[in-house]
Design a protein. Structure first.
Length: 119
């Protein structure tokens, strides 16, 4: 099992920045990729950004390209999501996730952290 704990959410004005952190514990060696998802009220949970530990390959949703950056520190079992130029439509609960396979679904999830961007 892998446990994930997110932090760093909060209320910010449009144009501002936040940095989310996700600390993993447990069988962290089993995870090969980490991702940040978000879910706004009434909407599906969508992948925002991901990183593969081996090689550092990253992915970004089109809606956040150029504004968000994902980074990982394997020694600290921590992954970050730097969010800049935030928009009201970025408001959502943000979830950290870990996967044990490079392809396919994610296997472990954090409890989520709320990000609210005011206009």
């Amino acid at each position: 099992q892998v446990q994930l704990v997110e932090s760093g959410g909060g209320l910010v004005q449009a144009g501002g920045s936040l940095r989310l952190s996700c600390i993993a514990s447990g069988r962290t060696f089993s995870s090969v990729k980490m991702g940040w998802f978000r879910q706004a009220p009434g909407k599906e949970r969508d992948l925002v950004a991901s990183i593969v530990w081996n090689g550092g390959r990253t992915y970004y949703a089109d809606s956040v390209k150029g504004r968000f950056a994902i980074a990982g520190d394997k020694d600290k079992n921590t992954v970050y999501l730097q969010m800049n130029s935030l928009k009201p439509e970025d408001t959502a609960v943000y979830y950290c996730a870990a996967g044990i396979w490079t392809a396919g679904n994610y296997d472990y999830w954090g409890q989520g952290t709320q990000v609210t961007v005011s206009s």
